[in-house]
Design a protein around this ligand. Structure first.
Ligand code: HEC
Length: 190
């Protein structure tokens, strides 16, 4: 009998907790704004989801070929077109709107970002990161282009502003022309 009463209490508590969570979600009290730092619990949930999901999905991905200079040159053109507005580049700031995102887009040459594996870079570029302002570029750039961006990101930490300027304006040697973001959508993987 006592066991039954304890079980009933536990079920009741669970129902009350679920009801309280539902009432909170419906109440409008959660502050959805992007321009204030989220609370510790939200940050923990989002960063855990992000880190675990990335590790699980991206760890098996490895570059199909070693990175070379033409890949870096091609990746630089894409970076200048699609990434610099949010992440900035050597000698260049991100656009002011990027500072209104939470999290603020990190500099991709920083050691904590460069710690990510090539597969993680590739995966993030293709699929984006939910709960952040990082868009998915998989429908704009095919796999070859996305690996070229990864090759470029690996060069980023050692680039001087003048070298960066030369690369993003097409002075990077024999880069093939970039057909994204308006190339054939059927040719682009997920
Ligand atoms: C609209 C803004 C925006 C654009 C454009 C953008 N990003 Fe991001 N990116 C973000 C934000 C915000 C984050 C931070 C996500 C986080 O902290 O979890 C991010 C994170 C990343 C990360 C993961 C960094 C880490 O913390 O490990 C990589 C890699 C990345 N972006 C690459 C790119 C590349 C390459 C492009 C261009 C093809 C690009 N991003 C374009 C906003 C943007």
């Amino acid at each position: 009998m006592k066991v039954l009463r304890v079980a009933a209490c536990m079920v009741l508590t669970l129902v009350l907790v679920a009801l309280a969570a539902w009432a909170y979600l419906r109440s409008g009290r959660f502050d959805i704004r992007a321009d204030r730092r989220p609370g510790g619990l939200e940050q923990w949930i989002v960063s855990t989801l992000r880190d675990r999901s990335l590790a699980r999905q991206a760890d098996p991905i490895t570059p199909p070929e070693p990175f070379d200079t033409p890949m870096v040159a091609r990746g630089a053109l894409i970076y200048g077109d699609s990434c610099e507005i949010c992440h900035g580049g050597p000698g260049r700031q991100a656009e002011p709107f990027a500072y209104g995102l939470h999290p603020v887009p990190p500099s991709l040459d920083s050691p904590v970002v460069q710690d990510d594996s090539d597969g993680e870079f590739f995966w993030v570029i293709g699929n984006g990161l939910r709960f952040t302002g990082m868009p998915a570029f998989g429908s704009l750039y095919d796999e070859e282009d996305r690996w070229a961006v990864v090759a470029f990101l690996r060069r980023l930490p050692e680039l001087l502003p003048a070298e960066y300027e030369a690369l993003i304006s097409g002075g990077g040697g024999d880069a093939a022309p970039v057909d994204g973001p308006y190339g054939d959508p059927a040719a682009h993987g997920p």
